[in-house]
Write a protein that binds this ligand. Structure first.
Ligand code: AMP
Ligand code: MG
Length: 358
């Protein structure tokens, strides 16, 4: 199958591109499209064979459910059994935007879309191209991130092309995604709302609105092999580059020493090491930088939104640098910290060296 890329640039031509893309989705084809979080791989969310095609194109395990994307509030009602008061508050405050809510699903939503669950995830994206595509399709669009399962999520059309070339007919290219991390997922189908995946909308903002909010333990650490995590996506190693990645926690100087020392040792074996660091600590590494140590600044600690924006692209880039091992600082500051660290921990397959007390 040939994969065509069509630009969405806000011009007159967009309308025709979106009309055709919407038509394709309605009749069962897949279309990758930009949102404010990451690129989505969209299909008709009410058509079981579209959902099956999404799993096949991504190579995604079929028990890992998809998110339904809608453009208008009226589209929610037919998809869910009830809208709890907590959901009303969250939608009022954060929709359209990077927040996915889990509802009890109605009969209309096929089990293929929800990975066999009785609940359904719904989001209303704020990206104008995404909203226009959903309206053009006239159906809720089921869309996971448009990457091959396990790879970092795509934040530009080129990433989608790298992963899904030849597997889908159309990619809509709307440039770089503004946020660069997937949506916050909150399960409001239970008595106490629970965060299943952290994103730009953080715990503090949710608590301010709802009072008590819990956090799924899988968000913070390695999921227990025995307990099934409730966001099934949480159980897989994810976002991972091919090159092994180790997170190093602890005081700045100490970890710079640790990483530089590891790079020196690897250099003796003729190997090249990478270091994902922030702009503030760059000077601590500069004396060591060279052929054996590649410094890759991920953004400034004072501007975590930069780090979020560049994270997935940087993780993809790592595999093109001829590195044998990569070490990363931790990026836990501010409201985006938990979301960034959640992705980094999974990318590192939970390999974390903590130098805090040693
Ligand atoms: P992606 O779009 O690639 O970010 O994947 C969708 C995410 O939403 C995955 O982590 C899913 O596990 C999660 N998800 C979708 N539907 C549900 C649901 N009904 N219950 C819990 N998590 C869900
Ligand atoms: Mg994904």
């Amino acid at each position: 199958m040939e994969t065509i890329i069509k630009k969405l640039d806000g011009s007159e031509k967009d309308r025709e591109v979106l009309r055709e893309a919407g038509e394709m989705i309605r009749r069962g084809d897949l279309v990758a499209f930009p949102t404010e979080t990451v690129y989505g791989l969209g299909g008709n969310g009410l058509n079981p064979s579209s959902s099956r095609a999404i799993y096949a194109a991504k190579g995604r395990p079929s028990d890992n459910p998809l998110i339904l994307h809608i453009a208008d509030r009226e589209e929610l009602l037919p998809l869910v059994r009830e809208i709890p008061p907590a959901a009303e508050k969250l939608m009022e405050a954060f929709w359209p935007g990077p927040l996915t809510l889990i509802f009890k699903k109605s009969e209309l939503v096929p089990k293929e879309t929800t990975g066999g669950l009785d609940t359904v995830a719904v989001r209303m994206p704020s990206h104008p191209g995404a909203a226009a595509l959903i309206r053009a399709a006239g159906v809720p669009i089921a869309a996971p991130s448009a990457n091959t399962s396990g790879r970092p999520s795509p934040t530009c059309a080129e990433h989608v092309y790298q992963d899904l070339r030849g597997r889908i007919p159309l990619i809509l290219d709307g440039g770089e995604c503004e946020i660069g991390l997937e949506s916050t997922i909150v399960d409001i189908s239970r008595r106490i709302p629970e965060i299943l995946r952290p994103g730009r909308i953080g715990l503090a903002a949710l608590r301010q609105l709802l009072g008590t909010v819990s956090v799924d333990p899988a968000v913070l650490g390695k999921p227990d092999e025995k307990t099934a995590p409730r966001a099934p996506g949480m159980k897989y190693r994810h976002y991972a580059p091919q090159v092994p990645l180790t997170l190093v926690a602890g005081p700045d100087e100490k970890r710079a020493e640790y990483i530089c020392e590891a790079a020196r040792r690897a250099a003796e074996a003729g190997e090249k090491t990478g270091a994902l660091i922030c702009r503030e600590t760059l000077p601590l590494y500069q004396a060591e930088a060279g052929d054996h140590l590649l410094l890759i600044p991920l953004g400034a600690r004072s501007r975590p939104e930069e780090t979020a924006h560049s994270l997935f692209g940087t993780l993809r880039h790592l595999d093109e640098c001829g590195l044998s091992h990569v070490y990363s600082e931790t990026f836990d500051e501010g409201p985006l910290g938990p979301a960034i660290m959640n992705r980094l921990r999974k990318a590192a397959a939970f390999d974390i060296r903590d130098l805090s007390e040693s």
